[in-house]
Design a protein around this ligand. Structure first.
Ligand SMILES: Cc1cc2nc3c(=O)[nH]c(=O)nc-3n(C[C@H](O)[C@H](O)[C@H](O)COP(=O)(O)OP(=O)(O)OC[C@H]3O[C@@H](n4cnc5c(N)ncnc54)[C@H](O)[C@@H]3O)c2cc1C
Length: 324
């Protein structure tokens, strides 16, 4: 049986692997069959990950982090976890190929998925004017005209934040009123750079190699019209990838895996979670990496505790000496 299995190959999973491997725990990392490297492989330039003053392409960053984890002995399996048994002291992980692996600890780092518009152009234009993260990409849109899709708090937050860079920010919303809290709405209404476009949905994204605009469908009349843009931000929600642990680990009201305080400890002993799957707020590569490090350190302490308990159990029972 292994000491540790890590599920997920984003910054959280691979950073947990670096720490676990350097602690001689010879981790097994299940990387997924299709999306090895996590969300960053879907983007172009990453300019806010420390250590790369000129920026680095998302896939290159993940290749480097993986190489660092493998250098210290991480074993990577390119498959998906399809079933988990976390209840007892032996954690069992079943893969798509039918194999089952066992470990004393698990780090769950499956990330989260930004909701997409469901348009065929999304994959091609992701990282080329189409983004799901204002903190990550806002800087690329200085003096540009852009739009944010959505009507909730995060759409308002993204729109307000983007006005630091862009000259003009449209908010495209499919209804005539917002779901966002009153204070966030007011902040957006008061911002002179933001213009609301009500009752519209994006029916197509224009641009061959970078976003040049969108086609909008009026949700009341059905009429179509064009809007020229330099960039489009989609802020219609985010779903933590937790389906494997429903009913097995406690979740928060936001749907992320619940952890104890600043630790990575979940509601089940020996199971740790890290990265975007526990994070409803920050969702950045560096915060995910930091939380992956914490998960490996927490797992290490847990394993040391198991070892201590085993050595106490194994100590010989003193034999009573009979009195003469
Ligand atoms: C387009 C885009 C651009 C971004 N740009 C930036 C940026 O410039 N700077 C920045 O700091 N952040 C950026 N982010 C955010 C950043 O990518 C995330 O915060 C970070 O990747 C989260 O890391 P993670 O390890 O928690 O999860 P993820 O990166 O999502 O990785 C999770 C991994 O787990 C795998 N997985 C899920 N389920 C299973 C399973 N059942 N079995 C096996 N594997 C599984 C997934 O396939 C994936 O590989 C961007 C995000 C997007 C979408």
């Amino acid at each position: 049986m292994r000491d540790i299995i890590i599920i997920g190959s984003g910054p959280a999973g691979f950073t947990a692997a670096i720490y676990a491997a350097r602690a001689q725990l010879t981790p097994l990392l299940i990387a997924s069959s299709v999306e090895v490297g996590g969300e960053l492989v879907n983007t172009t330039e990453v300019e806010n990950f420390p250590g790369f003053p000129e920026g680095i392409m998302g896939p290159d960053l993940m290749t480097k982090i993986q190489a660092q984890a493998e250098r210290f002995g991480t074993e990577v399996v390119y498959d998906d976890v399809v079933e988990l048994d976390v209840a007892g002291p032996v954690k069992r992980v079943k893969l798509g190929n039918g194999e089952t692996h066992e470990a004393k600890t698990l780090v769950f780092a499956t990330g989260s998925a930004y909701r997409k518009l469901g348009l065929p152009e999304e994959e091609l234009l992701s990282g080329h004017g189409l983004s799901w993260c204002a903190t990550c990409d806002g800087f690329f849109f200085r003096q540009k005209t852009i739009a944010v899709v959505g009507g909730g708090d995060s759409a308002m937050e993204e729109a307000n934040f983007l006005t630091k860079f862009a000259d003009k920010v449209y908010v495209l919303h499919r209804r005539d009123s917002l779901k966002a809290s009153k204070i966030m709405q007011q902040r957006a209404f008061d911002n002179p750079k933001i213009e609301f476009v009500w009752n519209v949905e994006v029916s197509a994204i224009r641009g061959a190699s970078a976003v040049t605009g969108v086609q909008l469908r009026d949700t009341v009349t059905g009429e179509e019209r064009e809007l020229e843009l330099d960039g489009l931000f989609v802020a219609i929600g985010n779903d933590p990838r937790t389906h494997l642990v429903h009913g097995k680990l406690d979740l928060t009201v936001e749907g992320t895996i619940a952890v104890q305080g600043r630790t990575s400890k979940t509601s089940v002993e020996g199971v740790f979670a890290a990265g975007d799957v526990i994070d409803p707020h920050y969702r950045q590569a560096i915060t995910a990496a930091g939380s992956g490090a914490a998960a490996a350190l927490d797992a290490e302490v847990f394993l040391a505790g198991l070892e201590d308990a085993e050595s106490v159990d194994a100590e010989p029972v003193p034999v009573a000496v009979a009195a003469n």
